[in-house]
Write a protein that binds this ligand. Structure first.
Ligand code: GLN
Length: 308
């Protein structure tokens, strides 16, 4: 049977080809070489059904979408009081790689910009016998419901061009937000950005958040509910970088974009959505992806302020 959800996704996908603009220019040679015409959408309900259309199985790197999941891990490992003393929960109002920190203490504005994400990753506590990155990959994989891996080419290219993120990392070190050698945190952060996923995977990861921390397909509890509540709140106000205010007012859903071309959005208790389309706008978010999530929010009435 042709389900109404599948029919709707197919229509959104077809409509996206009317949207043009954005650029795939990137200092990362892997991102710069992506076919700009790829478009994939996936939606997973919080009871575990996945619907996909287009290039939903094409692999790309998570980039900034990883920040959401590493923040959740760091919160789960250290608790709110400790993490809040290291990273604030305020929108930065500026670009994702700015030095957006509290003057004096250096506390990053939030965990979804580079400086805050590097700080979050620095505080992940590995279980015995595993490295910090092993833990990151294990937890991301639990959210996706399959074993994920790293795109080594993306990692190598990002790593070679990461002077700016290294500088942010050294600022964190100078303020005592990262203690000891800060470079492993930088490397783990760069590696988590290179985790390779599809829109299908991301929709399951988003649905794990929608289902308040339990992967709806495997039944595994990955995050405690209170952690998910916090993470979704920060996604709502800070997930779209310096475009966050417009996003909250017009779309009204927790979301996160990444320069790999992916965007996730979450409707708590209902569904997780993911899009993939490489051309990015000036904020670093996928142009067609933004349109897809905007349309879905409007048509499925997903804005957190209900008007009907
Ligand atoms: N790896 C990128 C960086 O650290 C991720 C940025 C993004 O997706 N916005 O700058």
């Amino acid at each position: 049977m042709y389900s109404p959800i599948q029919k709707y996704l197919d229509e959104v996908h077809a409509g996206l080809f009317r949207i043009h603009g954005g650029s795939t220019e990137s200092p990362n040679r892997v991102l710069a070489s992506k076919d700009p015409n790829l478009v994939g959408l996936a939606l997973t309900t919080s009871d575990g059904f996945t619907y996909t259309v287009g290039d939903a199985d094409e692999r790309f790197s998570m980039q900034s979408i990883s920040k959401v999941f590493s923040y959740a891990i760091a919160l789960q490992d250290n608790g709110f009081t400790f993490m809040d003393s290291k990273i604030d929960v305020e929108p930065s109002g500026s670009s994702y790689n700015d030095l957006s920190s509290e003057s004096g203490s250096g506390r990053p504005k939030n965990a979804l910009i580079n400086i805050g994400a590097i700080a979050a990753t620095a505080h992940i506590i590995p279980d015995s016998g595993e490295s910090v990155f092993d833990k990151i990959l294990r937890v991301y994989s639990a959210c996706a419901g399959r074993q994920l891996d790293v795109d080594e080419d993306v990692y190598a290219s990002d790593s070679a061009g990461s002077a700016h993120n290294r500088a942010l990392t050294w600022f964190l070190s100078s303020w005592g937000i990262i203690e000891g050698d800060p470079i492993p945190a930088h490397d783990d952060y760069t590696r988590q950005c290179a985790v390779s996923v599809s829109a299908r995977d991301l929709s399951v990861m988003a649905a794990t958040l929608a289902n308040l921390g339990v992967n709806p397909q495997t039944g595994e509890r990955v995050f405690e509910t209170k952690i998910v509540q916090r993470v979704l709140s920060v996604m709502l106000t800070c997930g779209m970088y310096d475009d966050s205010g417009d996003w909250v007012s017009s779309v009204g859903m927790p979301a996160k974009s990444g320069v790999g071309g992916g965007i996730i959005s979450v409707q708590p208790g209902q569904l997780g959505m993911a899009s993939f389309s490489p051309p990015l706008d000036e904020h670093g978010s996928s142009v067609r992806g933004l349109a897809a999530h905007r349309w879905m929010s409007r048509d499925l009435e997903l804005h957190f302020v209900r008007t009907s």
